[in-house]
Design a protein around this ligand. Structure first.
Ligand SMILES: O=C(O)CNC(=O)[C@H](CS)NC(=O)CCC(=O)C(=O)O
Length: 283
């Protein structure tokens, strides 16, 4: 399998959907001009909004989303694959999906994934999140075909649930996406380590395009968009929280190499944990 260039877009999405889409689209175009065949954008590419009323006021059902057609047209024009990290998509009056879209070079929607794990967390200093208040959790893991191998989709907080990535890799994923809007606080402590761990455990390339900096809505995100190779090396990083592009040369033969060196992905064993109910892994 031939090598290809991938690019992660780093953003600082604000409260204006059209403007966010235009900013991201300009960066995607730049990446394509620099030779990227696969370009990925962060979680909440079109809108980062902390106020529920404003979030719902600017969110539509998928068929009427303002940002999606921009990226479909762009993918078709540049003949590239685009992963929109996520868009907030209206499901019901006050419920949204946090939905990732894979767009083909024909501009078609090749896959959709709804974030499974909701960020309902109270951090130090009173920083608090209740994603499940406005968003409905997805229930289905998703793998899609790319010309270079198979892609397992995930979003942000999913990163903390290794069983999702193990399942994706054991089902054939070669590449994993973790588009994110990680908090500055948790990002500084955990981001690099978790992403490297997911790559090492699965023998996959991990693409993590991120939001970064102080957003219009007041939130602060960590940035540091990364690409990690299957052996665990960081092969591209935005070493800051400013908007921009990181490019990485992806050689898919490194997937088989890493997995031949350490074939742990095929070495799972069942085990009992005395004193607990056997169904503890199911939920
Ligand atoms: O709500 C939005 O507008 C967009 N969604 C997000 O920013 C989501 C849910 S609040 N953020 C995360 O999952 C951060 C996870 C994280 O930081 C960690 O796991 O440490």
């Amino acid at each position: 399998m031939k090598s290809f260039t991938a690019a992660c877009i780093q953003m600082r999405a604000g409260r204006d959907v059209a403007q966010n889409a235009a900013t991201a689209a300009a960066l995607v175009s730049d990446a394509a001009a620099q030779g990227a065949a696969f370009v990925l954008t962060p979680e909440m590419t079109s809108l980062l909004e902390t106020k529920s009323d404003d979030l719902f006021a600017h969110t539509r059902v998928e068929e009427k989303d303002e940002a999606l057609p921009v990226f479909r047209a762009l993918a078709a024009e540049k003949k590239i694959w685009v992963l929109i990290g996520s868009l907030p998509v209206k499901l019901a009056e006050r419920k949204l999906a946090n939905r990732s879209f894979l767009i083909s070079p024909e501009g078609a929607i090749a896959a959709r994934y709804d974030k499974i794990h909701m960020f309902d967390v109270d951090l130090a200093g009173g920083e608090s999140y209740r994603e499940s208040k406005n968003f409905e959790a997805g229930r289905e893991a998703v793998i899609a075909d790319l010309p270079w191998g198979r892609l397992g989709l995930s979003i942000c907080y999913d990163l903390r649930f290794p069983q999702l990535y193990r399942a994706l890799a054991q089902a054939g994923a070669d590449f994993l996406t973790v588009p994110a809007a990680f908090t500055r606080q948790t990002g500084a402590a955990h981001w690099h380590t978790l992403l490297k761990a997911r790559a090492i455990e699965t023998g996959c390339f991990v693409f993590a395009p991120a939001q970064g900096g102080k957003h219009e809505c007041g939130r602060e995100t960590y940035g540091h968009s990364l690409v990690v190779a299957p052996w665990g090396e960081i092969i591209a990083e935005a070493d800051h929280d400013e908007p921009g592009i990181v490019l990485a040369e992806i050689d898919p033969s490194r997937i088989g190499e890493a997995r031949r060196r350490v074939p742990s992905l095929g070495h799972d064993r069942g085990f009992s944990l005395p004193g607990t109910v056997p169904a503890r892994q199911a939920s």
